[in-house]
Design a protein around this ligand. Sequence first.
Ligand SMILES: NC(=O)NCCC[C@H](N)C(=O)O
Length: 258
Amino acid sequence: MPSKKALVRRPSPRLAEGLVTHIERERVDADLAVEQWEAYVTALRTHGWETVEVDPADDCPDSVFVEDTVVMYKNVALIARPGAESRRDETAGVEEAVAGLGCSVNWIWEPGTLEGGDVLKIGDTVYVGRGGRTNAAGVQQLRAAFEPLGARVVAVPVSKVLHLKSAVTALPDGTVIGHIPKMDVPSLFARFLPVPEEAGSHVVLLGGDKLLIAASAPKTAELFADLGYEPVVVDISEFEKLEGCVTCLSVRLRGLYV
Ligand SMILES: NC(=O)NCCC[C@H](N)C(=O)O
């Protein structure tokens, strides 16, 4: 049976020092962030995901955004090489965790940079954002790693947001959802549904019709409910202040048979 495991990583005590690139810095309430992270983990568990905690990286302010450190395709864990130098020490603990779960491990190497937030998988199509954190060499290395396994890698220019998945994710039927003002090339996606809020462009597929979505996207949650989905709402305000979103707080391992 395919696994329903998800990697998560407890916020660093230095979370408030996390990077901000496209937004103004706001004060982060570290205690509230921990409460919100715990509620996020509970939401995953309540919907059948076994969460696996990667060892904390207390010296890395952005380590809670575990999605950026690894990209899963089938049973292969491609360890990222973050474009943000301050995030490079985050990958060692993640590599240990995925190896311990029985994944085959591969790596993005210098001069490549790639962050998991730039990678959106829809079936065997793997969209990769070429933007501030993922460079051309990173895109090439992603192709070299996953195309032999059956993936079709599609590169997407990203300039208005931090990562590709800051602007687009997908519904369970593969429809891409996104907030057009934040997208460089909306026409790249064949089946596309625009959403009214930036935070509404991020969903985590929990299984069946359930979509994890941020409390900051109430109109989009309503739109999805009207389309027959069941939004599961979490408040992640403290992570949003650091350009995080619901996708970046976990990595679902769906291709492992364990
Ligand atoms: N995948 C994501 O959306 N990651 C968010 C990372 C936020 C963090 N403050 C950063 O700038 O790297």
